[in-house]
Write a protein that binds this ligand. Structure first.
Ligand code: NAD
Length: 429
């Protein structure tokens, strides 16, 4: 039994405050859901903070021979449902609170998808676009050396996120293996040549496109009549564009960190990929008009897909979002106050913990394949991913309809019930 006097219960933030930190924003959804579910205060107390947070100093010798000291984190939020699981973000804004928020989201994402994992996230405050391959290799190894003691095949399994990729995971696997022996399943999202799963790279985008297709089916609208704007053309954004275009959706605007493009008749994604291979940005693509990132968010379209940073739809632009559906491919792209505005305006928000769960789902497939030392064919990976995400989508929509809640609320209700049950069954409280 946990002593209530010592159960940490941070004050509940309110939706009217736009000044909430990322972790307070997630906590707001959790607390609203806990109150709807009349959940045990001790369980809520446990879920209000992280199980463990590591902050590490990461000294790296740069190519110019100068020593630079980075800061890195690994946050393990809750492991009641299984080993911790969550990506590693390399980004200048990846501070401890951001990583904490993302770790919380992972706990609920895994629960919603019924994956046997808890939630974690890692981050290093750095700008990978300004670092050489050798510098990134050294930074990744230093980071791994500082967190290896809390990782493990049955303990905590990292994956890629913003600013990291299959190469980063290969370096992590190697650095971990030097200390603990060869352990391919210690990270997911590895190169296929090193035990990665077929289909992992496109998995998050495939899940996003599947959710868009399923919602279009529910709306009874042909995807060819649906105009889509996508912010971000990295892993998630680019695969969402390719796979949504395959389903027939008309991609009318795309942006990345360097700028945006729009074409109301639809952007030819194949031609854009050929441009991107040389220009390294969507900006300047000759088959479209230039727009800014701010314009992209407000551009006339039906589905808006933020697939880059968090907190891009805020009280400053929520009234001007013209899309009728916001598909949260990025993590927490809509602030709580903006969410309330969108709800008032009747804009449907399909929540991140469902929409971008394709990545962790195929990470789960990769982990099981590594443990079994057996590889699934691509067709099986894609079929099982789509079946799982469509089933979770429909379960969530049915729950929302039954309870009269919005999809984000229904998603947290389902996930929190599952995490709460695991906490109680294990006897944590
Ligand atoms: P990425 O690094 O591959 O791509 C990020 C993209 O965002 C790039 O196109 C970059 O140019 C763009 N971007 C960066 N700053 C921007 C800005 N200020 N304005 C506009 N665009 C900007 O990252 P990713 O893996 O595609 O992740 C994108 C989002 O999806 C993140 O929120 C991440 O947490 C989430 N996510 C990723 C995965 C995954 O499997 N990679 C899984 C779940 C969720």
């Amino acid at each position: 039994m946990v002593d209530r006097a010592h159960t940490p219960t941070p004050p509940a933030p309110t939706a009217s405050e736009e000044v909430l930190s990322p972790s307070e924003s997630v906590l707001l959804s959790v607390r609203e859901s806990a109150s709807r579910l009349a959940m045990d205060a001790e369980v809520v107390g446990l879920l209000s903070t992280s199980w463990r947070e590591i902050r590490a100093q990461l000294p790296v010798r740069m190519d110019d021979k100068k020593l630079r000291i980075f800061e890195g984190y690994r946050v393990q939020h809750n492991g009641a449902r299984g080993p911790y699981k969550g990506g590693i973000r390399f980004h200048p804004a990846a501070d401890l609170d951001e990583v904490r928020a993302l770790a919380m989201l992972m706990t609920y994402k895994s629960a919603l998808m019924e994956l046997p994992f808890g939630g974690a996230k890692g981050g290093v405050m750095c700008d990978p676009s300004r670092m050489s391959e050798n510098e990134l290799n050294r930074l990744t190894r230093t980071y791994t050396q500082h967190i290896h003691m809390v990782l493990g095949l049955q303990r905590d399994i990292p994956a890629p996120d913003m600013g990291t990729n299959a190469q980063t995971m290969a370096w992590m696997m190697d650095a971990y293996g030097q200390m603990h022996g060869h352990t391919p399943g210690i990270v997911t999202g590895k190169p296929v040549e090193l035990g990665g799963s077929f289909g992992r790279e496109q998995a998050t985008g495939r899940g996003v496109a599947a959710c868009m297709g399923e919602y279009a089916r529910i709306e009874g609208i042909d995807p060819r009549d649906i105009r889509v704007a996508v912010q971000g053309y990295g892993n998630v954004g680019s695969w969402t564009c390719r796979l949504a275009a395959e389903l027939g959706f008309r991609i009318v605007a795309i942006s990345d960190v360097k700028g945006g493009i729009a074409n109301p008749d639809g952007i030819d994604i194949g031609a854009l990929d050929r441009w991107f291979a040389i220009a390294k940005s969507v900006a300047g693509f000759p088959g479209a008009q230039p727009i800014t990132n701010e314009q992209l968010l407000e551009i006339p379209c039906d589905y808006l897909v933020p697939a880059a940073l968090g907190e891009v739809v805020t009280i400053d632009n929520a009234e001007r979002i013209s899309a009728r559906v916001v598909v949260e491919a990025a993590n927490h792209p809509v602030t709580p106050a903006a969410d309330a505005i969108l709800a008032r305006r009747g804009v449907m928000v399909l929540p991140d913990i469902l929409v971008n769960a394709g990545g962790v789902t195929v990470s789960y497939f990769e982990w099981t394949q590594n443990i079994q030392q057996f590889r699934w064919p691509l067709e099986r990976v894609n079929e099982e991913l789509e079946a799982r995400i469509v089933a979770a989508f429909n379960q969530l929509m049915a729950r929302a309809a039954k309870d009269g809640t919005r999809p984000r609320q229904a998603a947290f209700d389902i996930a929190l019930e599952r995490v709460g049950q695991a906490i109680k069954l294990r006897g944590f409280v």
